[in-house]
Write a protein that binds this ligand. Structure first.
Ligand code: CA
Length: 228
């Protein structure tokens, strides 16, 4: 079952999301508060994607995101933001969300975002057994894990997919559009900024010195390059 959790305190927006995701074939678990959402996720461990509103009574969406990520790196997380300014907070706090949707959003935009993350989390990719060994990094494409100097680095599904694109293309400058296409899918029509946000977070996890990244380097005005 394609199970999605929706955390939104405004009932009209929540109903709008539930109706549209149900129509798109998802089973939707609804929560009005962050505390309830965390309980429902514990009760529904097969939930693949969570949509989290930010402004809530009680704990806010960022805190819910942090608490989910503390124990679950697999689930796809989309923040529902009221203004673009809130995205800067997401960027700043690096709470572990994979994507964000700015209100008001259309049903098509919403389902496209959820579909894209569901494909990531659900592992629709053909399971290829193998390893990409580029010391100090070792990517296991069967278990979808990354090690640096033999130590496991916890990655979200999106972060893993980005690493895989990089490690399959060492030394090649990849445009942000190409990364977006390869990681989120060609039918995805989100913003390029989400690539930067995820790469910024990925750098925090894999670089020796985030101020001076040497593994994922920026190709100004174009994109990024994986270079060892
Ligand atoms: Ca709200």
């Amino acid at each position: 079952m394609k199970k999605v959790l929706v955390l939104e305190d405004e009932s009209s927006i929540r109903s709008f999301i539930v109706i549209n995701l149900t129509r798109a074939g998802y089973e939707v678990v609804e929560a009005e508060t962050g505390e309830t959402a965390l309980e429902l996720l514990r009760a529904n461990p097969d939930t693949k994607v969570a949509l989290l509103d930010i402004m809530l009574p009680g704990i806010d969406g960022f805190e819910v995101c942090r608490r989910i990520r503390a124990t679950n790196t697999k689930i796809g997380i989309i923040m529902l933001t009221a203004r673009t300014q809130e995205m800067d907070k997401v960027t700043g706090l690096m709470t572990g969300a994979d994507d964000y949707v700015t209100k008001p959003f259309s049903p098509a935009e919403l389902t496209a975002r959820v579909d894209a993350l569901f494909r990531r989390a659900g592992g629709e990719e053909s399971p290829v057994t193998g390893e990409i060994d580029q010391p100090p990094f070792l990517l296991n494409t069967h278990n979808r894990t990354l090690e640096k100097n033999g130590e496991r680095i916890k990655l979200t599904q999106v972060e893993y997919s980005i690493m895989r694109v990089f490690m399959e293309n060492p030394g090649k400058a990849l445009s942000r559009e190409e990364i977006l296409d390869r990681v989120w899918g060609r039918d995805y029509f989100g913003e390029l900024k989400i690539v930067d946000v995820n790469i910024r977070r990925l750098r925090l996890k894999i670089e020796d010195n985030v101020q001076n990244p040497t593994y994922i380097t920026t190709v100004w005005g174009f994109g990024y390059k994986w270079g060892l």
